[in-house]
Design a protein around this ligand. Sequence first.
Ligand SMILES: [Fe+2]
Length: 188
Amino acid sequence: MATVHIPSENRTLTQNDEIRAYLDGIGIAYKQWNPAHQIAKGASAEEVLAAYAPEIERLKAEGGYVTADVIDVTPATPGLDAMLNRFNSEHWHDEDEVRFIIEGRGLFHIHPRDGSVVSITVEAGDLLRVPRGTWHWFDLCQEKRIRAIRLFQDTSGWTPHYTESGADRGYDPVCFGPSYLAPRGTMS
Ligand SMILES: [Fe+2]
């Protein structure tokens, strides 16, 4: 289950219905694929895509997505910092950013043009659609682990356009949720 945090209101949402309603209000589609399919540890990308084939085909039909792949990131991924640095500054894309989380966690910040920045901590079972043109940025959580299905409308369009607004520097990349760990120095 995702956790939504709204820093300007010092509010954290943890209930499925309120998360869906709030995110819907800022144009972000959120749902859980439930029950999630069992994926063996170490399953190949092909096995993951095969297990979720019915859901993927439905999404493709709904959103005009043409391809799906599996991204797999661990602390040992070569070039991890360079990869993360491409996406942890505020940017937008020419196509939707659609992610279904298989394993691990991630932190999206969404910056509505006329509203407050919100963070969304996603974990296994969460499906998120960030529509094209939405200002956002992404970080991994402390454990630096995520495995997710990605859907694309046009793989050639997958380039971040940076806003250079600096908005991302005003928010700590802190993940929320059941496994939330307080930043160092805040606990006695
Ligand atoms: Fe992005």
